[in-house]
Ligand binder design. Structure first.
Ligand SMILES: [Zn+2]
Length: 170
């Protein structure tokens, strides 16, 4: 009896650790919050590879089916603020609720520092974003697609670089 019980216990533990380690899902579940932790809603999920979007209503919970090609790379946008880019090459993610933070400045700072696009992970098509009233020389640069004009208003959070391939500011 004692032996049977301990074997049963072992089976339960094994089963538990087994399912615990492979609990994966085709569905990404996230809770959208501002960097101060306040919940937010009415945002947009953007799939840059598909140039497709999903509008989210007044809820801070998002669900994304990542099994379809191109939908396994996305980010969440709330106003001008972006979450990090989530990518799941295998179409699977861990079956947990992820905290999706906007703006994820730390995430983008490392990409803009390296001049590497967070979508294609390459620097090949990345150009700097220039702010302010452009002078002639800058306009010429922009025309030659060696720079991207970001407008007159610049803040600490303003993106510094632009990927021409993905039409993505970061
Ligand atoms: Zn890119």
């Amino acid at each position: 009896m004692q032996r049977m019980r301990s074997r049963m216990l072992l089976t339960v533990i094994t089963l538990f650790s087994f399912t615990g380690s492979i609990a994966q899902s085709h569905e990404f579940r996230g809770k959208t919050v501002m960097s101060n932790g306040a919940e937010i809603g009415v945002g947009t999920i953007i799939f840059p590879l598909l140039k497709d979007t999903i509008e989210i209503g007044e809820t801070s919970t998002i669900k994304v089916d990542i099994s379809q090609k191109g939908r396994n790379l996305f980010y969440y946008r709330w106003g001008d603020w972006k979450s990090q880019v989530y990518r799941f090459p295998g179409g699977f993610c861990a079956d947990t609720l992820v905290t999706v933070v906007v703006p994820d400045s730390g995430y983008y700072a490392s990409f803009s520092k390296q001049k590497k696009c967070p979508v294609c992970l390459s620097g090949k098509n990345v150009v700097p974003i220039l702010y302010g009233l452009p002078e002639k020389a800058l306009l010429r640069k922009a025309k030659k697609r060696k720079a991207y004009l970001g407008g007159c208003i610049v803040s600490e959070d303003s993106p510094r670089a632009y990927c021409r391939k993905d039409d993505f500011e970061f």
